[in-house]
Design a protein around this ligand. Structure first.
Ligand code: TXA
Ligand code: MG
Length: 331
């Protein structure tokens, strides 16, 4: 198997990555949320290559990353509330679904045929330097095979997609550890399509009204990527339990320790939800080993970023599609 090309994300490696991206190649890079599998969002072939590399269904559109708000305005139209949310949370872990501009020059595949585009300005200095140097919008889903756990360090990317990328820029561990909050504004109301580090409370503080979810209203925008089973380890996952089977691994939180497990990792011994979010994917990976029969997870508070942690855990625990059963290799 071809080995992965990982380089520390210094100036020279970022310049090399920008050159590869401008030539239509794929580069994995760190963001503050998770590592992204990047390609030039204006290049149809390069975007098609992302879907192929991940094994991602082509009806699931990608997030387009830009260096700043001015670049976002060139590809999408902003309503007043989206404008306020961008002003408050960019750069940062918020993705806005916006109407695509006709003159955006973006690949059609990047939106999977929708007339909207998901846009994000990441905060990570390496992502920002890369976007500036490349001087193109970059399509970048999480750098994992479709349906599997998102990567929060360069080694995770190498494990899942090492042979599928020209270069992996190593920027260390991701500070947030969960994918960005995806929001679509319709009729002046913010709908959360995917919970993340920008919480409902954060959004409500800007909009002055409660947020809704994609299920709340008949006219609610839908997120094609929100498959029930996602972010899945190979082992089956059991939630909200304080009793583990003897052959299970356990994921604890604070003082809540599932008892009797073969091995236990604690998301945050201090019970800090931000720390738990940052540890979630790496610990799920570490426990996802054939010597255990499953992963038992302690109860975790729904408040703040806890909603996003529980969202990912529910997807990890959901029934798998028949072609992707627990304990089988990812396709
Ligand atoms: O934190 C993140 O957002 C990471 C890093 C790399 O930036 N990226 C990421 O991308 O998670 P991805 O492609 O794995 O997730 C994109 C999500 C999917 O749930 C997709 O369905 C939704 O955003 N999405 C993208 N475009 C959309 C659109 N036009 N309308 C509704 N949902 C959209
Ligand atoms: Mg993903």
């Amino acid at each position: 198997m071809k080995t992965a090309n990982i380089k520390p994300a210094g100036d020279a490696a970022i310049a090399e990555a920008a050159k590869l991206l401008r030539a239509g190649r794929r580069v994995a890079f760190p963001t503050e949320t998770v590592y992204g599998l990047g390609a030039d969002a204006t290049d149809e072939q390069a975007v098609a290559g992302i879907f192929a590399a991940k094994g991602r269904p082509q009806f699931n559109p990608l997030i387009v990353h830009v260096a700043e708000l001015a670049a976002a305005r060139k590809i999408a139209d902003f309503d007043p509330l989206s404008e306020q949310l961008a002003a408050r949370f960019w750069p940062g872990p918020l993705t806005l679904v916006l109407p695509r501009r006709a003159d955006a020059g973006l690949s059609l595949l990047v939106s999977a045929g929708l007339d909207t585009v998901a846009v994000r300005v990441p905060a990570h200095p390496v992502a920002r330097a890369l976007l500036r140097k490349t001087d193109r919008p970059l399509a970048a889903p999480s750098a994992n095979p479709s349906g599997r756990i998102s990567p929060t360090c360069a080694a995770h990317v190498a494990d899942g997609l090492g042979a599928q990328v020209a270069l992996i820029l190593d920027g260390g561990n991701c500070a947030v550890g969960l994918e960005s909050t995806v929001v679509a504004v319709r009729g002046g109301q913010a709908f959360v399509l995917r919970p993340g580090a920008v919480t409902r409370e954060d959004l409500a503080a800007v909009s002055g009204q409660a947020t809704a979810t994609g299920q709340d209203a008949p006219h609610a925008p839908q997120s094609p990527g929100q498959l029930a089973s996602h972010y899945a380890p190979r082992l089956p996952v059991r939630l909200d339990t304080l009793i583990a089977h003897a052959d299970e691994a356990a994921l604890a939180f604070g003082a809540a320790l599932p008892e009797g497990a073969a091995k236990t990792l604690n998301l945050s011994p201090a019970g800090d939800l931000t720390e738990a979010a940052a540890n979630l994917f790496a610990m799920l990976r570490a426990l996802d080993r054939p010597e255990y029969s499953g992963i038992a997870v302690a109860p975790i508070s729904e408040s703040g970023i806890g909603a996003a942690i529980n969202d990912r855990l529910r997807r990890a625990a959901a029934d798998r599609p028949a072609d992707r059963p627990a304990e089988s290799e990812a396709t």
